[in-house]
Design a binder for this molecule. Structure first.
Ligand code: NAD
Length: 495
């Protein structure tokens, strides 16, 4: 038997290439990180987290605001990458970047106010204690991102996790790794000392490795199916999870709505980013009294919106099959095509908005996420019925309401994480508002004060200031102390 004299050279890591969804030209090639590579990055992040936490809120605020300025200066690079890797038209890329900068700014400026150590009342039973509460970082957060908003969506987690004092290992989608690398590169330009924000690249197996790597929390944004796998992967180690999943958002048009504004909102909400938005409008419920006017105007306006100019291609080739299946099924079960139809699908584009009406509520097109520029418009008796139908979905991410009378009550009746009134997808652009869903749209929040707290552990401390007159939690208490406590409890409990 021959024994080899030398160790075999370690295998080169597998690599993958992202491609322009229109031309299929390669954009960038990256390693597909395996378990060992991911664990190495998490170990380095742990060291970096201690340094970053010790910088304090003021130190981190200064770095994060500088990061924002660097991103602003280097914006030309990311606008180009968003166009090449994702296929976005320039307008969609600029909108995404602008909203991203607002998130970083808000997280940087508000982390101290939201998370700082503060005194809280100790209550009448424990008034001899000084109680303080502080929100401390977890340590290392694993962020797993999607391709549809490859900058805005991960930054909703990254900026808030970093501002809270965590280090992050970030895995962008395998469709948009160069956009992800731009984020970590620009951050490293500002924080060169330690690997506070690291990139790990690859597809599902790399994401699964990050879930099992010993990070202190996973922030996942992606589909419901993958979210379920992430939850399972994190269960054995009891790793906490934030899940930002899909949606099937509805727009409700009341009998007294501004119909013209509602038409424009439905079109932009349904078609911007080629309909590939988690909070994109996929269902429209229009009150009977204004239905004819709405349908006529929407049909006229939708015919003028076009792929290539107004929105880009469908980024993932397989998604076109889902869009086709939903449209064909909706028509087969009685729906009417107002604009476009299956013939509008010409890979990699849906050439213009597809607008369907009278589609049964139990069809795939109304139950599942379509993720394309497809609007389904159904007639309802009034706005209340519109809200009832909007709520009849496993998803519950966002919604939009166009109404005058009673609009606040209508908005409050929607089962979702967010609602825009007289506008569409306004809430993601407000960095002080929490963003996230209910039901199949996931749980946990990014953005806002809740988004900062999501990446922290509340740390509660009590300090005894003086001996309590009623010293009951000690075996050195006297025989009268417990009866006295009972009298106090009876008094407090019956107030
Ligand atoms: P996806 O679920 O296919 O992939 C998301 C990420 O998960 C990718 O980085 C992928 O590599 C990774 N992944 C795949 N398998 C994994 C596994 N087993 N373990 C860990 N990670 C794994 O989603 P997508 O197609 O990239 O994104 C589109 C979806 O994201 C849509 O459903 C959309 O609605 C949703 N989305 C939600 C929000 C939100 O904030 N709620 C925002 C944007 C997108």
């Amino acid at each position: 038997m021959s024994i080899p004299h030398t160790e075999p050279a370690p295998a080169e890591p597998a690599r993958f290439t992202s491609r322009d969804p229109v031309t299929a030209e390669p954009v960038a090639t990256f390693p597909a990180d395996d378990e060992t590579a991911v664990r190495r990055k998490v170990a380095r992040a742990r060291e970096a987290a201690r340094w970053w936490d010790a910088l304090g809120h003021d130190g981190r605020r200064a770095r994060l605001l500088t990061w924002k300025r660097v991103m602003t200066r280097r914006r030309g690079e990311i606008i180009t990458l968003l166009r090449r890797e994702n296929g976005k038209v320039r307008a969609d890329a600029v909108i995404e970047l602008s909203a991203t900068l607002a998130l970083v700014d808000w997280a940087a400026r508000n982390a101290h106010r939201v998370l700082r150590r503060r005194a809280v009342p100790s209550g009448p039973l424990m008034f001899n204690q000084a109680s303080t509460l502080e929100y401390k970082p977890y340590g290392v957060i694993g962020v797993i991102g999607p391709w549809n908003y490859p900058v805005f969506t991960p930054v909703g987690s990254l900026a808030y996790a970093l501002a809270a004092g965590n280090a992050v290992v970030f895995k962008p989608s395998e469709f948009t790794p160069a956009c992800g690398k731009w984020l970590t590169d620009t951050f490293t330009e500002v924080v060169p000392e330690h690997p506070v924000l690291q990139l790990t690249t690859g597809a599902g197996p790399t994401g699964a490795a990050l879930c099992a790597s010993g990070v202190d929390k996973i922030a996942f944004t992606g589909s419901r199916a993958t979210g379920t796998r992430v939850l399972e992967a994190c269960a054995p180690s009891v790793t906490p999870v934030l899940l930002e999943l899909g949606g099937k958002d509805a727009l409700v048009v009341a009998e007294d709505a501004d119909v013209e504004a509602a038409v424009e909102a439905a079109l932009w909400g349904g078609c911007s980013n080629a309909g590939q938005s988690c909070t994109g409008i996929e269902r429209v419920y229009v009150a009977d009294a204004v239905y004819e006017r709405f349908e006529a105007r929407l049909t006229e306006r939708a015919a003028r919106i076009r792929a290539r100019e107004d929105f880009g291609p469908i980024t993932m080739p397989g998604q076109l099959d889902i869009i086709r299946r939903h449209v064909e099924d909706a028509l087969a079960c009685g729906g009417r095509a107002l604009v476009g139809g299956p013939e509008s699908i010409e890979p990699p584009y849906v050439l213009g908005p597809i607008v369907l009406a009278d589609v049964p509520e139990d069809s795939a097109a109304l139950r599942e996420e379509t993720f394309g520029p497809v609007l389904i418009v159904n007639r309802v008796r009034d706005a209340q019925e519109g809200v009832r139908r909007a709520n009849d979905s496993p998803y519950g991410l966002g919604a939009a309401i166009f109404a005058r009378r009673g609009v606040t009550d209508l908005a409050r009746a929607v089962r979702s994480g967010m609602v825009s009134i007289d506008d569409v997808m306004a809430f993601p652009g407000v960095p002080s508002l929490p963003f996230g869903g209910v039901g199949a749209s996931g749980f946990g929040r990014i953005h806002g004060a809740d988004g900062l707290r999501e990446f922290t552990v509340p740390h509660a401390v009590t300090r005894r200031r003086f001996k309590a007159p009623l010293a009951v939690s000690t075996y050195a208490r006297g025989p009268k102390d417990i009866p006295r406590l009972e009298r106090v409890a009876r008094f407090l409990g019956s107030r």
